[in-house]
Unconditional design. Structure first.
Length: 232
């Protein structure tokens, strides 16, 4: 196999933005293949590789500098390309609302509605913008991007746990999963949603809910599971 060349950063920080236009142009003009190693939002340290380039013998100091420039590093995460960060912002608001000191399930449910809308938009648009070809059909660039599974975990995991004693929020989470499922075209993505339905049901069993609330969540889980399975 042809040797690759690791392009390393000189500063510590978060990858705020990766410019695919710069990388694709460099790859086309110099007959290179570039693969990014981190998603936007990842923390990198000085000397850490952010990309691998093939073949290594076509990389000189100037080309390496240009490739490095396509990776914008900063002190904080930003939502420009870092969609997990944007999801985390909403989830953080919802989790805080469910803290014992605040106990505001209505805010948590509003956040869930917005999270569901964002997840549905993401899955409708697809995850295909990670692979770039040139005009002749040669593969030139592969970027690491957040996946649907990443976003589902960011949206639901912490909030589900924070809401284990609140049937209304857990039921609303199932409703949002159902809404996202209606926008989800692929069996693989529906399987990921089914996984989170099971986690909501498990969380309801672990929390301090009365039996009636557990029964309602079990019934809702079963209904959402049937809908997601029927379209697989």
């Amino acid at each position: 196999a042809t040797a690759n060349y690791p392009v390393c950063v000189t500063d510590a920080g978060y990858i705020q933005y990766i410019d695919p236009a710069i990388l694709l142009t460099l790859a086309q003009e110099n007959d290179l293949f570039i693969r990014s190693l981190h998603k936007p939002g990842s923390f990198v340290r000085p000397g850490g590789a952010v990309a691998l380039v093939w073949p290594a013998d076509r990389i000189d100091a100037q080309r390496e500098k240009l490739i490095r420039r396509a990776f914008q590093i900063g002190n904080v995460r930003t939502p420009t390309q870092d969609i997990v960060y944007a999801v985390n912002q909403l989830t953080e608001m919802a989790v805080r609302a469910m803290s014992p000191a605040i106990n505001d399930p209505f805010t948590a449910m509003t956040c869930l509605d917005h999270l569901g809308d964002g997840l549905a938009t993401f899955i409708r648009q697809g995850e295909n913008d990670t692979v770039y070809y040139d005009r002749d059909g040669a593969l030139r660039l592969v970027l690491e991007r957040a996946t649907f599974a990443d976003l589902l975990s960011a949206a639901f995991d912490m909030l589900r746990h924070a809401s284990c004693d609140n049937a209304s929020v857990l039921l609303h989470m199932l409703t949002v999963i159902d809404v996202v499922g209606q926008a989800t075209p692929t069996p693989a993505a529906r399987q990921q949603l089914l996984h989170h339905v099971g986690l909501v049901q498990a969380e309801s069993q672990a929390g301090a809910l009365i039996e009636e609330d557990r029964r309602r969540i079990a019934e809702s889980s079963e209904a959402v599971t049937m809908k997601l399975s029927s379209t697989s």
